[in-house]
Ligand binder design. Structure first.
Ligand SMILES: Nc1ncnc2c1ncn2[C@@H]1O[C@H](COP(=O)(O)OP(=O)(O)O)[C@@H](O)[C@H]1O
Ligand SMILES: [Mg+2]
Length: 265
């Protein structure tokens, strides 16, 4: 089981969109996926059309219920939903020194082989919940927009990861993922090379080769509760997310030859 945390302290950069489309792509490849929605805004939960869940991630994190009781099944894999009550618990979590290990401890109890991937969608903040997710991470994927200040954001992320290392020294940043990419924008090439340089200097990794191009298919698919592939398999973002998964599995060194693949390769 590999745990991939999708993290950027900035909001609106494509974290949740990336998690939803990764869930769909991995499931299409026959992988068993569990997603944790750690954002009190619960966008991933809404995308998965989960309304009024009996238990949420807050109950699991506060040890009120076991992980199993909070898992909901969807067409794109299993998910532990969230809701706004998670926000109210943050102070309590922050006053508990053992909380930083909570997500890891919870995931360690999963039976071996039950899931191939755990994907964690983070809130747009560095709080106790994000820190606990990062401590549980094998890999971190950092979606970012192509803006002038994105390079500064990469520096902040690097500082956060450094603070996590004493608790999780195996944490590996898999790469920075450019989302809402527009190759025709004049500034794009200059920004991309600046971002690529800061990523290498500060995070010690590269920008992912796969880039998620800007397209209205992403919000349109979300409005229908579908992955972009299911919404329109010819969408450029559907190709981009396919490429992302191929690159990711390659980087994680997972042999994909035996994959059950539903749909085009
Ligand atoms: N490739 C894309 N092209 C166009 N819009 C996108 C793309 N990716 C994400 N979006 C839109 O950007 C907004 C923020 O994305 P979201 O995934 O919710 O970000 P975050 O989880 O980081 O806050 C959403 O409205 C989403 O539909
Ligand atoms: Mg989000």
């Amino acid at each position: 089981m590999k745990t991939i945390v999708v993290f950027n302290q900035k909001g609106g950069v494509g974290k949740t969109s990336t998690v939803t489309n990764m869930m769909s792509e991995l499931t299409r490849r026959g992988k068993k996926v569990l997603a944790l929605d750690l954002d009190a805004q619960a966008n991933l939960t809404s995308f998965c059309k989960i309304i009024d869940a009996k238990y949420t991630v807050k109950d699991v994190l506060s040890k009120t219920v076991d992980l199993d009781e909070a898992i909901c099944s969807t067409v794109y894999g299993d998910i532990v939903p969230s809701d706004e009550t998670l926000g109210l618990e943050l102070l309590r979590f922050a006053s508990d020194p053992s909380f930083i290990l909570r997500v890891r401890t919870i995931l360690e109890r999963l039976p071996q082989g039950r899931y191939d991937f755990v994907l964690i969608d983070c809130p747009p903040a560095v709080n106790q919940v994000t820190a606990s997710a990062l401590v549980a991470a094998n890999y971190v994927l950092i979606p970012t927009e192509m803006e002038y200040f994105s390079a500064v954001g990469v520096g902040r992320i690097a500082e956060t990861i450094e603070q996590i290392k004493p608790f999780n020294n195996g944490i590996k940043v898999i790469g920075v993922l450019l989302v809402k990419y527009n190759a025709r924008r004049t500034l794009t090439k200059a920004l991309e090379s600046k971002l690529s340089q800061s990523t290498r200097e500060m995070l010690g990794c590269d920008i992912m080769n796969a880039k998620i191009r800007f397209t209205v298919d992403i919000p349109s698919a979300q409005a229908c509760g579908m992955s972009v592939y299911d919404y329109s398999s010819k969408s450029k973002a559907a190709f981009d997310y396919e490429e992302l998964i191929a690159e990711l599995l390659d980087k994680i060194n997972i042999n994909t030859k035996g994959d059950k693949y539903h749909g085009r390769l």
